[in-house]
Design a protein around this ligand. Structure first.
Ligand code: AMP
Length: 175
């Protein structure tokens, strides 16, 4: 079964008008999860990657598995106030208000080649803030990988305009 048909869509979650693309149905399928990680790792064969940065929370699951497969370390990128040690953060705009992503001050070493991972790219706000935060910390961004792209929201193009090479596996129309 193709990856796309293993992703469940929940209309009007978490608010009216949003089609929530739920990857838990893909993750709980052993063949689906294995294929997902293989498809996200394979394009980077031959690239030097020192660490994977996964964005809270679904990026932890996918990014952790990719890091394990590549035999590299994992950097958690978390929402404000969740990390226990000293942090640096990057604020980004939401439809209403702002949000902040954070990493530990010692999460990245200068020149480290980092792959960014999340489940889905919509407007790109979260991923662009993450890239900017990691670059401030001295990382070189190898690429950014997502299971799902919502091309109508333009995030992929925005991220590519920041000089990031983007990999996505599945596209859905709309929000
Ligand atoms: P954005 O910053 O707009 O690119 O939003 C990406 C973040 O929001 C990711 O961490 C996604 O998990 C989540 N997200 C946004 N839209 C959806 C959606 N339609 N279905 C599932 N998750 C979404």
């Amino acid at each position: 079964m193709p990856l796309k048909s293993r992703i469940r869509t929940i209309p009007d979650y978490p608010k009216p008008g949003i089609m929530f693309r739920d990857i838990t149905t893909l993750l709980q399928d052993p063949f689906g999860f294995r294929k997902l990680i293989d498809d996200l790792v394979q394009p980077f064969t031959g690239n030097v990657i020192d660490a994977v940065a996964g964005i809270e929370a679904r990026g932890f699951i996918i990014g952790g598995a990719i890091a394990h497969q590549l035999s590299v370390g994992f950097i958690p990128v978390r929402k404000q106030g969740k990390l226990p040690f000293t942090t640096i953060g990057q604020e980004y705009e939401l439809e209403y208000g702002t949000d902040t992503v954070e990493i530990h001050t010692d999460a990245v070493t200068a020149g480290q080649k980092v792959l960014v991972v999340d489940d889905l790219i919509a407007t790109g706000g979260t991923a662009i803030a993450t890239v900017s935060l990691l670059r401030q910390a001295g990382a070189e961004i190898v690429g950014a990988s997502f299971v799902v792209d919502l091309p109508d929201l333009g995030g992929r193009k925005r991220l590519e305009a920041e000089d990031v090479s983007v990999l996505t596996l599945v596209e859905f129309e709309g929000e």
